[in-house]
Design a protein around this ligand. Structure first.
Ligand code: NAD
Ligand code: AKB
Length: 340
């Protein structure tokens, strides 16, 4: 089997950890990891090479590109929604300029290698922007082209980068004598909030669900920053990692678009609390809504229509709400905090 070389940007983040752990257990893959923050020793040992660097540093990216032939780029580095709202210009630089740099790297790599380079991009339900709770309730499960008027810097960045990816794939340098069309194979999933049993999120707005679980497992009280009736889609981290891998390995001919919703389960915050309390009956969880973060969540859909992903590349989550808690989240956090 031929060995594939894979670049993961934002490798030190939640999804990066999941992806690196996956690849460490499979032959035929060399992972080159890149993050602003140095990876811990255990994660680093699972990679072929790891670099501490900035996706905004073009000289660094050039040297990386000179030193490796990448078959696939998983471009995960980003500032998430709450952090992006607090530092909008930095978020724009990292989320948009950073993605542009990685798309340019994919073009260069494709030229040098004379083959297609895949760029796998996780977008977000933050690309949606429903005007109010009434519209959200009425909309139900939204499909890819509905309600794409985001109200956050992060959502706007993600929506724009989806379109940039599409441009690089289909129309890049379309006026050149020999256009580059088809050399970058851009594939994107729009993720719901992800919940990991082994890492905690920082800087997102869907963070209330993982925070509630991890605080309960640590035996610490948690003031949840949303109303009890708040409902957005979530997914267990193994399904998130699996979605990226499955989309990456799909036959291009089967893909009717570049951008796919992926869904899993969609509990209200009250249902999340109930399920966490079932696992940790002495947990202390109160609802103390932060009205500004709440408004962001109220603009995200209650659920997504992922029928296109199911049809084109066989997407199907392994974990529903109950299975995610029973078989992955609760055992995972118990193990995590017992070992600390
Ligand atoms: P994360 O915040 O855990 O990780 C992001 C990583 O990017 C961090 O390790 C950070 O150090 C790195 N980074 C930030 N700026 C950088 C820069 N300039 N150069 C190099 N590295 C930089 O996020 P995550 O949960 O792992 O998410 C990964 C991707 O998936 C992001 O693009 C995010 O928008 C997307 N996504 C995540 C979720 C979720 O719920 N976790 C949902 C939807 C989409
Ligand atoms: C966030 O809350 O910003 C992320 C996301 C849903 O994209 N977790």
């Amino acid at each position: 089997m031929e060995t594939k070389t894979i670049l993961i940007t934002g490798a030190n983040g939640e999804i990066g950890h999941g992806l690196i752990s996956h690849f460490a257990e499979h032959d035929g893959v060399r992972v080159v990891a890149l993050d602003l923050n140095t990876l811990d020793d255990v994660t680093r040992s699972k990679c072929y090479k790891s670099y501490t660097g900035d996706i905004l540093d073009n000289r660094f990216l050039d040297s990386l590109s000179t030193g490796h032939d990448f078959d696939v780029i998983y471009h995960l580095a980003a500032l998430l929604s709450t952090r992006a709202e607090r530092q909008p210009t930095i978020a724009h630089k990292v989320n948009v300029d950073g993605t542009l740099n990685l798309l340019e790297m994919a073009v260069t790599q494709s030229r040098l290698q004379g083959q297609v380079v895949k760029l796998i991009y996780p977008s977000s339900i933050a690309v949606y922007g429903l005007p109010d709770a009434g519209a959200k309730n009425k909309a139900g499960r939204v499909h890819e082209d509905q309600w794409t008027g985001p109200r956050t810097m992060y959502g706007i960045n993600k929506l724009y980068c989806e379109r940039l990816g599409r441009y690089y794939m289909n129309f890049y340098r379309q006026l050149d004598a020999q256009p580059m069309e088809g050399k970058v194979d851009f594939r994107c999933v729009r993720f719901p909030g992800l919940i990991s049993a082994v890492t905690l999120p920082t800087g997102g707005t869907s963070d209330f669900a993982p925070e509630m679980l991890h605080q309960a497992a640590k035996g610490e009280a948690y003031n949840c920053f949303v109303r009890q009736d708040t409902r957005i889609p979530f997914m267990a981290m193994p399904d998130g990692v699996n979605a990226l891998l499955k989309l990456e390995s799909a036959q291009r001919a089967n893909l009717s678009t570049q951008i796919y919703n992926v869904g899993s389960f969609s509990p209200s915050a009250a249902q999340l609390k109930e399920r966490v309390m079932k696992a940790f009956p002495s947990a202390k969880i109160d609802f103390v809504p932060d009205l500004k973060r709440q408004a962001i969540l109220d603009s995200w859909p209650a659920d997504v229509d992922d029928s296109l992903a199911r049809k084109d590349w066989g997407w199907k989550p392994e974990y529903d709400f109950e299975k995610a808690f029973q078989e992955y989240l609760v055992p995972g956090v118990l193990k995590l905090y017992k070992s600390k």
